[in-house]
Design a protein around this ligand. Structure first.
Ligand SMILES: C[S@@+](CC[C@H](N)C(=O)[O-])C[C@H]1O[C@@H](n2cnc3c(N)ncnc32)[C@H](O)[C@@H]1O
Length: 261
Protein backbone atom coordinates (compact mmCIF):
# COMPACT_ATOMS: atom_id res chain seq x y z
CA UNK A 1 0.00 0.00 0.00
CA UNK A 2 1.43 3.41 -0.96
CA UNK A 3 1.49 6.30 1.51
CA UNK A 4 -1.28 8.21 -0.31
CA UNK A 5 -3.46 5.06 -0.26
CA UNK A 6 -2.80 4.83 3.48
CA UNK A 7 -3.93 8.45 3.84
CA UNK A 8 -7.42 8.04 2.38
CA UNK A 9 -6.86 7.15 -1.29
CA UNK A 10 -7.50 9.14 -4.47
CA UNK A 11 -11.14 10.07 -3.72
CA UNK A 12 -10.51 11.34 -0.17
CA UNK A 13 -11.19 15.00 -0.99
CA UNK A 14 -14.48 14.33 -2.81
CA UNK A 15 -15.70 12.06 0.00
CA UNK A 16 -14.87 14.44 2.83
CA UNK A 17 -15.88 17.68 1.16
CA UNK A 18 -19.24 16.20 0.09
CA UNK A 19 -20.15 15.54 3.72
CA UNK A 20 -18.98 18.91 5.01
CA UNK A 21 -21.49 21.27 6.58
CA UNK A 22 -20.24 24.84 5.94
CA UNK A 23 -22.56 26.06 8.73
CA UNK A 24 -20.70 23.92 11.22
CA UNK A 25 -17.17 24.81 10.18
CA UNK A 26 -16.08 26.01 13.62
CA UNK A 27 -16.29 22.45 14.94
CA UNK A 28 -13.60 20.97 12.74
CA UNK A 29 -11.12 19.74 15.34
CA UNK A 30 -12.41 16.16 15.05
CA UNK A 31 -11.37 16.30 11.42
CA UNK A 32 -8.48 18.62 10.90
CA UNK A 33 -6.10 18.26 13.89
CA UNK A 34 -4.51 14.98 12.79
CA UNK A 35 -2.23 14.24 15.75
CA UNK A 36 -2.45 13.03 19.34
CA UNK A 37 -3.65 15.77 21.68
CA UNK A 38 -5.62 17.79 19.13
CA UNK A 39 -5.66 21.59 19.18
CA UNK A 40 -4.33 21.77 22.76
CA UNK A 41 -1.11 20.00 21.71
CA UNK A 42 -0.69 22.46 18.82
CA UNK A 43 -1.13 25.39 21.23
CA UNK A 44 1.53 23.97 23.57
CA UNK A 45 3.99 23.66 20.68
CA UNK A 46 3.24 27.17 19.40
CA UNK A 47 3.81 28.63 22.88
CA UNK A 48 7.10 26.75 23.21
CA UNK A 49 8.20 28.02 19.79
CA UNK A 50 7.30 31.64 20.68
CA UNK A 51 5.18 32.03 17.54
CA UNK A 52 3.74 35.52 17.21
CA UNK A 53 2.00 37.98 14.91
CA UNK A 54 3.48 38.39 11.46
CA UNK A 55 5.82 35.37 11.36
CA UNK A 56 5.95 33.33 8.17
CA UNK A 57 5.54 29.63 8.92
CA UNK A 58 6.01 26.53 6.75
CA UNK A 59 3.70 23.74 7.98
CA UNK A 60 5.47 20.61 6.80
CA UNK A 61 3.00 17.77 6.26
CA UNK A 62 0.04 20.08 6.82
CA UNK A 63 -2.59 17.35 6.50
CA UNK A 64 -6.13 18.77 6.55
CA UNK A 65 -4.89 22.21 7.61
CA UNK A 66 -6.17 22.49 11.20
CA UNK A 67 -2.81 23.41 12.74
CA UNK A 68 -2.16 26.01 10.00
CA UNK A 69 -5.54 27.67 10.65
CA UNK A 70 -4.93 27.59 14.42
CA UNK A 71 -1.53 29.32 13.96
CA UNK A 72 -3.11 31.96 11.71
CA UNK A 73 -6.11 32.48 13.97
CA UNK A 74 -4.55 32.44 17.45
CA UNK A 75 -0.90 33.37 16.81
CA UNK A 76 -1.23 35.78 13.86
CA UNK A 77 1.03 33.68 11.61
CA UNK A 78 1.07 33.57 7.82
CA UNK A 79 1.18 29.85 7.02
CA UNK A 80 2.15 27.89 3.93
CA UNK A 81 1.38 24.18 4.16
CA UNK A 82 2.87 21.42 2.03
CA UNK A 83 1.75 17.80 2.06
CA UNK A 84 2.56 14.68 0.06
CA UNK A 85 -1.14 13.73 -0.22
CA UNK A 86 -2.80 15.96 -2.88
CA UNK A 87 -6.32 15.16 -1.65
CA UNK A 88 -5.40 16.49 1.80
CA UNK A 89 -4.11 19.76 0.28
CA UNK A 90 -7.42 20.18 -1.54
CA UNK A 91 -9.43 19.59 1.64
CA UNK A 92 -7.14 21.95 3.61
CA UNK A 93 -7.50 24.69 0.99
CA UNK A 94 -11.29 24.41 0.80
CA UNK A 95 -11.66 24.35 4.59
CA UNK A 96 -9.55 27.50 4.80
CA UNK A 97 -11.81 29.22 2.26
CA UNK A 98 -14.94 28.13 4.19
CA UNK A 99 -13.46 29.20 7.52
CA UNK A 100 -12.14 32.59 6.38
CA UNK A 101 -8.40 31.83 6.27
CA UNK A 102 -7.83 32.00 2.52
CA UNK A 103 -5.56 35.05 2.92
CA UNK A 104 -3.42 33.76 5.78
CA UNK A 105 -3.07 30.07 4.87
CA UNK A 106 -2.33 28.24 1.61
CA UNK A 107 -1.52 24.62 0.77
CA UNK A 108 0.27 22.79 -2.00
CA UNK A 109 1.32 19.22 -2.72
CA UNK A 110 5.05 18.64 -2.28
CA UNK A 111 7.53 16.20 -0.79
CA UNK A 112 9.18 17.36 2.44
CA UNK A 113 12.56 16.23 1.09
CA UNK A 114 12.44 18.49 -2.00
CA UNK A 115 10.78 21.75 -0.98
CA UNK A 116 9.71 24.18 -3.72
CA UNK A 117 11.00 27.23 -1.80
CA UNK A 118 14.10 29.43 -1.98
CA UNK A 119 16.77 29.44 0.75
CA UNK A 120 15.89 31.42 3.92
CA UNK A 121 12.18 31.68 3.01
CA UNK A 122 10.49 31.17 6.41
CA UNK A 123 10.74 32.47 9.99
CA UNK A 124 9.61 29.11 11.36
CA UNK A 125 9.12 25.50 10.33
CA UNK A 126 6.25 23.66 11.98
CA UNK A 127 5.77 19.91 11.78
CA UNK A 128 3.46 17.61 13.75
CA UNK A 129 3.36 13.81 13.32
CA UNK A 130 5.00 13.69 9.88
CA UNK A 131 8.62 12.61 10.33
CA UNK A 132 7.50 9.08 11.33
CA UNK A 133 6.76 8.60 7.61
CA UNK A 134 10.21 9.78 6.49
CA UNK A 135 13.21 7.45 6.44
CA UNK A 136 15.95 9.89 5.42
CA UNK A 137 15.93 12.18 8.45
CA UNK A 138 19.35 13.66 7.70
CA UNK A 139 18.12 14.91 4.34
CA UNK A 140 14.85 16.12 5.89
CA UNK A 141 16.41 18.32 8.59
CA UNK A 142 19.02 19.69 6.17
CA UNK A 143 16.27 20.66 3.70
CA UNK A 144 14.33 22.36 6.51
CA UNK A 145 17.45 24.29 7.53
CA UNK A 146 17.90 25.46 3.95
CA UNK A 147 14.46 27.12 3.73
CA UNK A 148 14.63 28.75 7.20
CA UNK A 149 16.08 32.23 7.67
CA UNK A 150 19.06 32.57 10.04
CA UNK A 151 17.72 32.80 13.61
CA UNK A 152 14.48 31.06 12.59
CA UNK A 153 13.06 28.07 14.46
CA UNK A 154 12.01 24.49 13.84
CA UNK A 155 9.05 23.39 16.02
CA UNK A 156 8.40 19.66 15.92
CA UNK A 157 5.96 17.30 17.57
CA UNK A 158 6.76 13.68 16.76
CA UNK A 159 6.20 10.15 17.88
CA UNK A 160 9.49 8.42 18.76
CA UNK A 161 10.43 4.83 19.51
CA UNK A 162 10.22 3.65 23.12
CA UNK A 163 12.50 0.96 24.64
CA UNK A 164 10.08 -1.85 23.67
CA UNK A 165 9.62 -0.81 20.03
CA UNK A 166 10.52 -4.32 18.81
CA UNK A 167 6.99 -5.53 19.64
CA UNK A 168 5.21 -2.57 17.99
CA UNK A 169 1.72 -3.35 16.66
CA UNK A 170 0.19 -2.02 13.42
CA UNK A 171 -1.87 -0.42 11.99
CA UNK A 172 -1.37 3.02 13.57
CA UNK A 173 -2.58 6.36 12.16
CA UNK A 174 0.62 7.01 10.16
CA UNK A 175 1.26 3.48 8.94
CA UNK A 176 -0.76 0.44 7.94
CA UNK A 177 2.37 -1.70 8.12
CA UNK A 178 5.98 -1.54 9.32
CA UNK A 179 7.40 -0.57 5.90
CA UNK A 180 5.63 2.84 6.13
CA UNK A 181 6.95 3.67 9.61
CA UNK A 182 10.38 5.16 10.35
CA UNK A 183 10.48 5.62 14.12
CA UNK A 184 13.73 6.62 15.81
CA UNK A 185 14.18 7.15 19.55
CA UNK A 186 14.31 10.55 21.28
CA UNK A 187 18.12 10.61 21.57
CA UNK A 188 18.54 9.76 17.89
CA UNK A 189 16.03 12.47 16.96
CA UNK A 190 17.90 15.11 18.92
CA UNK A 191 21.20 13.94 17.43
CA UNK A 192 20.10 13.83 13.79
CA UNK A 193 18.46 17.28 13.94
CA UNK A 194 21.54 18.76 15.64
CA UNK A 195 23.91 17.12 13.15
CA UNK A 196 21.93 18.71 10.31
CA UNK A 197 22.99 22.10 11.71
CA UNK A 198 20.18 23.05 14.14
CA UNK A 199 20.74 24.13 17.76
CA UNK A 200 18.43 22.56 20.34
CA UNK A 201 16.54 25.10 22.49
CA UNK A 202 13.84 22.96 24.17
CA UNK A 203 13.27 19.21 24.20
CA UNK A 204 10.15 17.98 26.03
CA UNK A 205 8.91 14.47 26.68
CA UNK A 206 5.20 14.68 25.77
CA UNK A 207 4.47 11.00 26.44
CA UNK A 208 2.38 11.53 29.59
CA UNK A 209 0.20 14.19 27.92
CA UNK A 210 -0.21 11.99 24.84
CA UNK A 211 -1.19 8.92 26.83
CA UNK A 212 -3.60 10.94 28.96
CA UNK A 213 -5.30 12.24 25.80
CA UNK A 214 -5.45 8.75 24.28
CA UNK A 215 -6.96 7.34 27.46
CA UNK A 216 -9.55 10.08 27.90
CA UNK A 217 -10.38 11.52 24.47
CA UNK A 218 -13.80 10.46 23.23
CA UNK A 219 -15.33 10.97 19.78
CA UNK A 220 -17.01 14.37 19.95
CA UNK A 221 -20.73 14.29 20.46
CA UNK A 222 -23.10 16.35 18.32
CA UNK A 223 -20.58 16.98 15.52
CA UNK A 224 -22.46 16.56 12.27
CA UNK A 225 -19.56 17.03 9.91
CA UNK A 226 -16.89 14.50 8.90
CA UNK A 227 -14.24 13.28 11.32
CA UNK A 228 -10.86 11.62 10.80
CA UNK A 229 -12.64 8.27 10.65
CA UNK A 230 -14.27 9.44 7.40
CA UNK A 231 -10.80 10.25 6.06
CA UNK A 232 -8.92 7.15 7.22
CA UNK A 233 -11.71 4.59 6.92
CA UNK A 234 -13.21 1.90 9.17
CA UNK A 235 -9.79 0.81 10.52
CA UNK A 236 -9.26 4.19 12.25
CA UNK A 237 -10.60 3.14 15.69
CA UNK A 238 -8.21 0.15 15.62
CA UNK A 239 -5.31 2.47 14.70
CA UNK A 240 -6.09 4.65 17.75
CA UNK A 241 -6.46 1.60 20.02
CA UNK A 242 -3.07 0.29 18.82
CA UNK A 243 -1.52 3.71 19.40
CA UNK A 244 -2.67 3.66 23.01
CA UNK A 245 -1.50 0.07 23.48
CA UNK A 246 1.93 0.93 22.01
CA UNK A 247 2.26 3.86 24.45
CA UNK A 248 1.17 1.80 27.44
CA UNK A 249 3.61 -0.99 26.58
CA UNK A 250 6.60 1.39 26.28
CA UNK A 251 6.92 0.90 22.51
CA UNK A 252 6.15 4.53 21.72
CA UNK A 253 6.91 7.96 23.21
CA UNK A 254 6.16 11.53 22.12
CA UNK A 255 8.41 14.59 21.91
CA UNK A 256 7.88 18.31 21.35
CA UNK A 257 11.09 20.16 20.56
CA UNK A 258 12.29 23.57 19.44
CA UNK A 259 15.51 24.07 17.48
CA UNK A 260 17.07 27.27 16.12
CA UNK A 261 19.01 27.95 12.92
C1 LIG B 1 -0.62 12.13 10.74
S1 LIG B 1 -0.77 13.29 9.45
C2 LIG B 1 -0.43 14.85 10.31
C3 LIG B 1 -1.05 16.05 9.62
C4 LIG B 1 -0.88 17.41 10.31
N1 LIG B 1 0.53 17.70 10.54
C5 LIG B 1 -1.64 17.48 11.60
O1 LIG B 1 -1.00 17.35 12.66
O2 LIG B 1 -2.86 17.69 11.58
C6 LIG B 1 0.76 13.04 8.55
C7 LIG B 1 0.82 13.84 7.26
O3 LIG B 1 2.16 13.77 6.75
C8 LIG B 1 2.07 13.77 5.34
N2 LIG B 1 3.36 13.26 4.82
C9 LIG B 1 3.89 12.01 4.98
N3 LIG B 1 5.09 11.94 4.35
C10 LIG B 1 5.33 13.16 3.79
C11 LIG B 1 6.39 13.72 3.01
N4 LIG B 1 7.47 13.00 2.66
N5 LIG B 1 6.27 15.00 2.60
C12 LIG B 1 5.19 15.75 2.93
N6 LIG B 1 4.16 15.27 3.66
C13 LIG B 1 4.22 14.00 4.10
C14 LIG B 1 0.87 12.86 5.06
O4 LIG B 1 0.36 13.04 3.76
C15 LIG B 1 -0.10 13.33 6.16
O5 LIG B 1 -0.91 14.39 5.74
Amino acid sequence: MSESEHYGGADVADRVLASLDPENIDRLAALDQFHVGGAAASRRLADRAGLREGLTVLDLGSGLGGPARLLADEFGADVTGIDLTPGFCRIAQELSVYAGFAETTRFCAANALVLPFADDSFDAIWTEHVAMNIGDREALYRELLRVTRPGGVLALYDMVAGPNVASFVYPVPWASEASQSHLIDADALRRVVSEAGWTARHFHDESAAALDWLANARPPKGVDGPTLRDVMGPDFPRMIANLRENFEAGRLEAVQAIFEK
